[in-house]
Design a protein around this ligand. Sequence first.
Ligand code: FES
Length: 112
Amino acid sequence: MTIITVMPHADVCPDGLSLEVKPGKVLCDALLAAGLEIEHACDGVCACSTCHIIVREGFASLPPAADDEEDQLDEAWGLTPTSRLACQIKVGEAPLTVELPRYSLNHAREHE
Ligand code: FES
């Protein structure tokens, strides 16, 4: 099992979260299964950017993003060099620490 650490997020998980995930599982699915309400507007088909996460540790262990993931990430609020889409990442053997951006695109629209 691989340890996934989610940094605290004011709305979604104020205390942060640590979970054990079986390698091969899609990160977004694992977070949802653990009760973390990460947005996933397109249900994981890489057609939105609402599942945007920032990988704070373990980024180099992930396979590079495919072109369609990069295209969606271009639309994400608060894009960083270690941004990924949680629905496009399969958990590997290396632990990951991830941060949920302050806003998803949905939230950003609400705050405009
Ligand atoms: Fe839409 Fe991940 S849920 S791209």
